[in-house]
Design a protein around this ligand. Structure first.
Ligand code: ADP
Ligand code: ADP
Ligand code: ZN
Length: 215
């Protein structure tokens, strides 16, 4: 089963994808994570993406669709994929249809995570991750059990994203409203959109998604 997690920046897509990955063996494909890795590695893709990401603007469609196709080729057909942060434009949604069809894969659901704008800003400005394993945390909503020590890998180094500041967040929200939200009707017409209230706790949202997926 392949699904898309769709929602504005900070809605909880990465958090929910990670829970589905851990509990149900699904594979999380996050274009944001892949692009950040490319920027850090200084690859050609990274060089194209860096300034756009820092400004909160979208990276060109061909660049992201290319990396998604490559990643899918590394997976077995039996592994369910969670698309996290992709597609983000109508052109990407079209590419995804082709990419999936070429590989005999079927998109089962688009989970639309809805969260109030005030809560989004609060979630984004408090977000940090483990520098070693990438586990996600939050200043208020998810502190490590032992202060300063990653629950998962024990590392004591954490990092914050340079684009998680209020000004860039505003641009990212605008990009979402202008380019990403308008792709929902494409999937609504196919009857595969399921709206999930993202305002509850991480566990509540996870349960609601499991109910939709009958997991
Ligand atoms: P996205 O991938 O959609 O940008 P994340 O999953 O990274 O969002 O979540 C953004 C921040 O909000 C993270 O710091 C995360 O720990 C926190 N968070 C995620 N889901 C919830 C929730 N349901 N309640 C409170 N905080 C949350
Ligand atoms: P969030 O879920 O918090 O908005 P992401 O990690 O998904 O953040 O994305 C961070 C940045 O990476 C985006 O602001 C954009 O510049 C770039 N990006 C990620 N995914 C895509 C995509 N599918 N298309 C274009 N740009 C993308
Ligand atoms: Zn860790």
């Amino acid at each position: 089963m392949d699904i898309i997690l769709l929602g504005p920046p900070g809605a909880g897509k990465g958090t929910q994808a990670s829970l589905l990955k851990d509990e149900h063996g699904m594979v999380q494909l996050s274009t944001g994570d892949m692009l950040r890795a490319a920027v850090n590695a200084g690859t050609e893709v990274g060089l194209k993406a860096k300034a756009l990401m820092e400004a909160g603007e979208l990276v060109p469609d061909e660049v992201v669709s290319g990396i998604i196709g490559d990643k899918l080729d590394e997976l077995g057909s039996e592994q369910g994929v969670i698309f996290d942060g992709y597609p983000r434009t109508a052109a990407q949604a079209e590419s995804l249809d082709e990419i999936l069809a070429e590989r005999g894969r079927v998109l089962s659901y688009v989970i639309e995570l809805s969260v109030d704008e005030d809560a989004l800003v609060e979630r984004i400005t408090g977000r940090f991750t483990c520098a070693k394993c990438g586990e996600g945390y939050h200043d208020i909503f998810k502190q490590p059990a032992v202060a300063g020590v990653c629950d998962v890998c024990g590392s004591t180094e954490f990092k914050r994203r340079p684009d998680d500041n209020e000004e860039t967040v505003r641009t990212r929200m605008q990009e979402y409203r202008a380019k990403t939200a308008p792709i929902l009707p494409i999937y609504e017409a196919r009857g595969i959109v399921r709206k999930v209230d993202g305002m509850g706790s991480m566990a509540d949202v996870h349960e609601a998604i499991e109910a939709v997926l009958s997991l």
